[in-house]
Design a protein around this ligand. Structure first.
Ligand code: PLP
Length: 273
């Protein structure tokens, strides 16, 4: 397996970054996960726009997007696979031991993993831990992901594949790696980015393509929604058949099934050549 590091392809076994890389020591880094179908990245321009937004939010230098594109193409070319996930990681680079930034460069790593198609439906749990809708990192796709790791582990313990967070004012927010949609009386709703959720790329496409409405939603909407679904780069649109102990029999319901169909039909349009 070849990855991109320091301006070129390297073997994954021998590629090395500094043990004082700020991505490792203080989580000073950002990332993107990009789906690749037959070696073609999906929605790459949108991912690169978000990478730049995240870098600016953290105060990192703008990533060199020409290099990132070259890196993605090189890694995809070197590791052919039918369905893959590109992982672009960009950090503050080798730095001092503490949190101070100091003078240092950045680190760019582009790696690729094979992935399979997700099941059409899944179980989720809710957690009482909250997303902070007004934090310094809100809306940025940073490598500070430990809270998501903890919540996902809790979901796994309960036979689920995702944990949903509310925010500090009790509104529904997002999952550890997905955005959430609910269907009420035939209409699709999703929390706005002001809830503290990541501006998911799949979420944006789903809103565009299904006419879903962005609205503040109380956490207990999950107890009465007719249908619930998740969106993310690796899930696309995925129905939810259980939220905590509440079963949603027949998932995907008709509205979710339609959203899945629309997504499948239209998502071929945004594959890079
Ligand atoms: N929310 C969080 C916290 C995420 O990490 C992700 C993706 O990894 C998403 C939402 C979904 O975003 P996207 O559709 O861009 O993959």
């Amino acid at each position: 397996m070849k990855i991109w590091l320091d301006g070129g392809l390297q073997d994954i076994e021998s590629a090395r970054v500094s043990v004082l890389d700020h991505g490792l020591t203080v989580g000073d880094g950002i990332f993107e996960t990009v789906k690749a179908v037959d070696g073609r990245p999906f929605a790459l321009t949108r991912h690169l726009d978000r990478l730049t937004r995240s870098a600016r939010g953290l105060g990192l230098p703008d990533p060199d997007l020409d290099e990132v594109r070259r890196a993605c193409a090189a890694v995809l070319g070197a590791n052919p696979m039918p369905l893959g996930r590109l992982r672009i990681t960009y950090t503050g680079g080798h730095g001092p031991l503490g949190s101070d930034r100091g003078e240092h460069g950045t680190t760019l790593v582009v790696a690729l993993g094979e992935t399979g198609r997700r099941p059409d439906s899944t179980a989720v749990i809710t957690v009482l831990w909250t997303r902070n809708e007004r934090g310094a990192l809100t809306g940025l796709k940073t490598t500070s992901y430990a809270e998501n790791v903890v919540a996902l582990a809790r979901a796994r313990e309960r036979g689920a594949t995702e944990a949903l967070f509310g925010n500090t004012v009790g509104q529904l927010c997002e999952g550890t790696g997905s955005n959430v949609f609910v269907v009420l009386d035939g209409e699709i709703h999703t929390p706005p980015v002001t809830s503290g959720c990541l501006a998911g790329i799949t979420r944006a496409l789903a809103v565009e393509w299904t006419g879903a409405r962005e609205a503040d939603l109380p956490m207990d909407v999950l107890e009465r929604a007719d249908e619930v679904f998740l969106t993310s780069t690796l899930r696309d649109v995925q129905a939810v058949h259980r939220v905590d102990d509440r079963e949603l029999p027949g998932a995907p319901g008709p509205v979710t099934a339609k959203a899945m169909r629309i997504f499948e039909e239209r998502s071929g349009d945004d594959l890079d050549p």
